[in-house]
Design a protein around this ligand. Structure first.
Ligand SMILES: Cc1cc2nc3c(=O)[nH]c(=O)nc-3n(C[C@H](O)[C@H](O)[C@H](O)COP(=O)(O)OP(=O)(O)OC[C@H]3O[C@@H](n4cnc5c(N)ncnc54)[C@H](O)[C@@H]3O)c2cc1C
Length: 264
């Protein structure tokens, strides 16, 4: 079985600051991490490999420093790591990002499962995974919280929704997007860290010239959407505690408040 896991390097959101003048993220001096949902995606791939023969390819697109998340993935047990990196890819929106990742996935070929995280904590769109599936014309299941291999060589996959959980049986190739409820990601092991961290040759690089992508469909110019403005929302929520003598009094106070606000 061949599994591809898409990993994005993101700024640690506890530290993220926005330049109020330009509306862009201040990335200088901000620590970067592997996107949290992608860690669950990676763990799911590693657990499948724990139980049967599998080859896992970790794939990331980003500047050269994104190599760090791939080295982390290698130290956790993936077999191959590829960084897609080229100035021509800079400024890509989700559509362009998915176009480039899909081209790389086609080049890797013969995959059974593609894992993505549900969403990246910086862009937060949750669009890239579904877009990749559309570009590759394969089925997708998002918000995945449980995966089992069946004796028929299909996958039984449960997805979480606000209306309840749904379980599907799906043939491969398939794209799955992981949520944190799927598993608890393992730590890199010491042997893996020694083998892969700081080594420049453990990550393969794909540049623009390696991929059959149309230059007009990628980067800032090829992106159909542009960020108009970024800002930190002002917190202006006020809370009020209603004190009634009895439960009935409290309920009446609440009903009156809701009626005043035209909510009921
Ligand atoms: C402040 C800000 C504003 C943005 N505004 C827009 C906008 O208006 N329109 C728009 O289209 N995009 C926007 N983006 C998205 C930006 O272009 C993204 O970095 C990129 O396109 C991926 O989108 P995402 O981060 O939302 O990923 P998501 O769709 O949330 O990511 C889902 C999953 O896809 C995979 N994935 C995503 N990106 C990569 C990658 N580079 N390498 C490997 N795997 C990956 C990961 O598995 C990830 O968990 C914005 C980003 C930022 C930081």
């Amino acid at each position: 079985m061949k599994i591809i896991v898409c990993l994005k390097q993101v700024p640690d959101t506890n530290e993220v600051k926005i330049n109020q003048e330009t509306g862009t993220l201040i990335r200088d001096g901000v620590p970067s991490i592997m996107n949290p949902d992608d860690k669950n995606a990676l763990e799911a791939a590693l657990q499948l490999k724990d139980n049967e023969q599998a080859h896992i390819v970790a794939l990331s697109m980003g500047p050269p420093q994104a190599k760090e998340v791939l080295q982390e993935a290698l130290s956790m047990g993936v077999d191959e790591a590829i960084l897609i990196s080229d100035r021509k890819f800079g400024g890509s929106d989700t559509w362009a990002t998915a176009t480039i990742l899909s081209a790389a996935i086609k080049k890797i070929a013969d995959y059974d499962i593609i894992f993505c995280g549900r969403q990246a904590i910086d862009g937060d769109t949750a669009q890239v995974g579904p877009e990749i599936a559309e570009f590759l014309n394969i089925p997708q299941i998002t918000y995945v919280k449980e995966i089992h291999k069946t004796p028929k060589n299909t996958l039984e996959v449960s997805r979480f929704t606000e209306y309840g959980d749904y379980t599907y049986e799906v043939k491969t190739p398939v794209l799955l997007t992981a949520i944190k409820e799927l598993n608890t990601p393992r730590y890199p092991n010491v042997k893996g860290i020694l083998e892969h961290f700081g080594k420049t040759d453990s990550v393969q690089i794909f540049t623009f010239d390696d991929l059959p992508v149309d230059a007009t469909q990628i980067g800032l110019k090829g992106s159909p959407t542009n960020v108009f403005r970024s800002f930190v929302p002002v917190k202006n929520k006020h809370s009020e505690i209603l004190h009634g003598e009895t439960v009935k009094d409290s309920t009446n106070l609440l009903v009156n408040k809701l009626a005043e606000a035209n909510l009921i």
